[in-house]
Design a protein around this ligand. Sequence first.
Ligand code: IMP
Length: 344
Amino acid sequence: MKVYTKEELNNYELSLTYDDISLLPTEVSQIKSRTDITIKSEFLGVKISIPVISSPMDTVTGITMASELSSLGAIGIVNRFDSSLKEIFSNHKVVNSDNNVNGIKAVSIGLNSEEELIEKLAERKFIICIDTANANNSSVLKKCEQIKKKYDVKIIVGNIASGSTLKSLVDAGADAVRVGIGGGSVCTTSVQTGIGIGQVSSILDVYFTRKEQRLKIALIADGGIKSAGDVVKAIALGSDMVMLGRMLAGTKETPGEVIKYNDQLWKKYRGSASFGVKMKSEFIEGEETMVPYKGPVKNVINSISDGLKSAMSYMNCLSLEELQEKAKFVVLSNSSYIERLPKK
Ligand code: IMP
C-alpha cells in the first residue's frame, strides 16, 4: 500500500474526495491527554477556538446562528437574503464593544448589494463575504477590488475549484477564498453543467498553488463535509477553515421552523440557487430538502472539536499546523471505505 504525502496525493491521477482517502498515523503518540492539544487558530485577524465557519445560506446562518457560533469560538456568515441585519442597522440597535452586532463577525453580500449596506458593514469591521457561485468572474473581482480600495475590511470570495486563478483573486484584494465547486450536499451544479472536481483534489490544488506562488490568502474548504472526520481531513489537507452547510442545518439556531412530520422533527435545508430562494424560473442549481432536527448547534461544534482532538492525538500532533505538516494519507479501495462504516 502506498502512503501519500500531500504533495504525492496532489499528483494522484484521479480527482479524489473525502471518502476516497483516510489519514494514517505513523508515529508513537506522545500525547497523554486531549487537553494538551489545541485547535485554536486565527482567521482574518479573528481569534477562533475551532476552524469552523458556517455557510451563508438562508436555512443555515441568520443572526441567531452567527451570534451562537461566535460565542462558541467559531464564525458564522449571515446570509445575504437575511433582512434582519438591515433592520438592526436602521433601528440603531445596540452594538457590542467591538462595534459589531451581537458578536457577529461576518456578513455576506451579493453583487448588487446596496453601497449603504457595504459602508455600514465596513464601518463596523465585519468580514465581508461576496457570496457568488463562481469567483472566476470579472464582476466579482471588480466588486472585491472596489470594496478593498474604499474600505479597510477583510473580504472572502468564492468559489473556485482549482488554483489556476488564485493570483487574480489575491490581486483583487481577496483575503480568503471558498474552495469547492459542485461538492455541496444540495448542489446540482455538477449534474447540470458537468463542472467540478472532488473536494480533496480541489483543496490540494489551491493549497499548492498558494505555496508555489507565495500568495497570501486563507483557504476555506467549502461543500461536501459530512462528518467530524471530513473536517479533520480538510484541515490536514491544508485548509485554514471548513465551511459547513448541512452539518449545521437542522440545528435549533438555524432560521426557520421545526416541523413535525411522520412522528419526527425536521427543519428545511436548501441551496442558495434553489427555486425556493430564487422564486422565479431562472437556472436552478440547488435542491431543497428536510433534515432531522438536531437541537443546539453547540452539540455539533463539540463533536467536531472532539473528533479533531482525537485525530490529533492519534497523529501525535499538538496543533493544527503540526497536523498539516505531518499528515500522511492512504487512498481507500471501495471495499475499504465500506468496511470503515459502522454496521447496523
Ligand atoms: P454542504 O455543507 O455540503 O451542505 O455544502 C454547503 C455549500 O454548498 C455552501 O457553502 C455553498 O458553497 C454550496 N451551495 C449552497 N447552495 C448551493 C446551490 O444552490 N447550488 C450549488 N451550491 C450551493
